[in-house]
Design a protein around this ligand. Structure first.
Ligand code: GUN
Ligand code: ZN
Length: 434
């Protein structure tokens, strides 16, 4: 294959460590006039334009964005493909919301044509919003995952997804059985896991919708294949937690249900965790599990406020999730806008550099992919964004008053959304242009 090499000149910023561990100043690298060199889908160099331009071989094209910021692509650690058509459904909290809106909407994925149509819309929406990697729930139907992976493969995206396993406490038209859920998941794993940049996630919806037999088989799948992911929901809503207590009276608590069925581990991501206790955070951290913090969803469904300082105290891996359709935006910038408010309501701060970390390197660490995505370090996948300082008149005017990259970054996260994302690149290829 011929060598393809291209360079991008702009202000460039990436997170290189967790501010909670190293302090804010050591957590990022910023090049006011930077250069990012991409070769065959990977980043080959990053630095000051003044230093790198001279050494660039003759003929390498340099694209210049004088009024833009290059960052790594965003990582969404929790989102539902089959809920694309029901974002912003009025009035209910979690359990009624599932029955009233979610299950009927997901049932449409019994039709493969519908699954293909929505997978295209969904992937375009991710890329329009600068999300280059997502951990995705399908519906109970295998075709939801086939449609998603087929569309992601065409663009060589790094994506993780799984078919929902759900064999009780849901309508008949939307349930599998312990055995069929296991077999269908296995077939999807054989077909997609490790193909290109795709990975499979074993996906029991949440404890109330799986029998002990199904949870046992989910755990078994994780032992049968290396490097599989596991995704589910936990401790999102108080009624949900009460229900889990009733369904599993023999277990110490919600997390202990998943622990018992051996679903904790380094590639396990638990969505929400709004009401986790200290001991549960400690156990999640000890097993290397991660939590997806989903602020727009937690506000929208009235679930509660995620305690990020408690997670930090336990050195628990935390990524950011949009949780569309419980969440109200595909934009991780808008998700950070709401995350900031979650902290404000608890008397805490969320610095713009911690926010950048959560949307990029923190998400990559939650997914154990930090050697491939989440930063702009040479050797990693060229998944990156060009964010436009003039995306809207207000953003343009507001940024004129910004005196530091910290302030610029914070304003991007407060006023920014899909309009801010001028271009999205995946494996070095442009996959979105506004
Ligand atoms: N818990 C179980 N299923 C779901 C879901 O689809 N969305 C959210 N937010 N929580 C859940
Ligand atoms: Zn969810």
């Amino acid at each position: 294959m011929p060598l393809t090499r291209k360079a991008y000149r702009a202000a460039i910023l990436h997170s290189i460590a967790d501010p909670a561990e190293v302090g804010i100043e050591a957590s990022y690298e910023y090049f006011e006039d930077g250069l990012l060199v991409v070769e065959n889908g990977r980043i080959s160099a990053l630095g000051h334009a003044s230093e790198l331009l001279a050494g660039l071989p003759a003929g390498v094209q340099v694209e210049h964005f004088p009024d833009a910021l290059i960052t790594p692509g965003f990582i969404d650690t929790h989102i539902h493909l089959p809920q694309t058509g029901m974002v912003g459904a009025y009035g209910e909290q979690l359990l009624d919301w599932l029955n009233t809106y979610t299950f009927p909407c997901e049932s449409q994925f019994a039709d493969p044509d519908h699954a293909n149509e929505v997978a295209d819309i969904f992937i375009k929406e991710l890329l329009r919003n600068g999300t280059t990697t997502a951990l995705v729930f399908g519906s109970v139907h295998p075709q939801s995952v086939n449609a998603f992976f087929a569309a992601a493969e065409k663009l060589d995206l790094r994506m993780i997804a799984g078919k929902v396993m759900m064999d009780r406490n849901a309508p008949d038209y939307l349930t599998d059985t312990a055995e069929s859920g296991y077999q269908e998941s296995k077939a999807l794993i054989e077909r997609w896991h490790g193909k290109g940049r795709l990975h499979y996630a074993v996906t029991p919806r949440f404890a109330p919708t799986s029998t002990p037999e199904q949870l046992t088989l989910a755990g078994q799948l994780l032992t049968e294949y290396p490097d599989l992911y596991m995704q589910t929901h936990i401790s999102e809503n108080l009624q949900e937690i009460q229900w889990v207590k009733e369904l599993f009276p023999e277990r110490k608590g919600y997390l202990d249900v998943y622990d018992h069925y051996q679903l904790l581990g380094e590639r396990s991501v638990f969505a929400h965790g709004v009401h986790l206790c200290d001991d549960e955070c400690a156990r999640l951290a000890e097993t290397g599990s991660a939590v997806a913090f989903c602020p727009t969803s937690n506000f929208f469904l009235g679930s509660g406020l995620f305690n990020l300082p408690m997670a930090e105290k336990h050195k628990l891996n935390v990524g950011l999730g949009t949780d569309v359709g419980g969440g109200t935006s595909f934009s991780l910038l808008q998700t950070l806008n709401e995350a900031y408010k979650v902290m404000q309501l608890q008397g805490a701060r969320l610095s713009p550099f911690k926010s950048l970390y959560l949307a990029t390197l923190g998400g990559a660490r939650a997914l154990r992919l930090e050697d491939k995505i989440g930063t702009l370090h040479p050797g990693t996948d060229a998944d990156f964004l060009v964010l436009d300082y003039h995306a809207t008149p207000l953003l343009s005017y507001r940024l004129k008053q910004a005196n530091s990259i910290a302030e610029t970054l914070f304003v991007l996260m407060t006023l920014g959304d899909d309009r801010t994302v001028l271009q999205t690149f995946a494996a070095g290829q442009q996959v979105h242009q506004r």
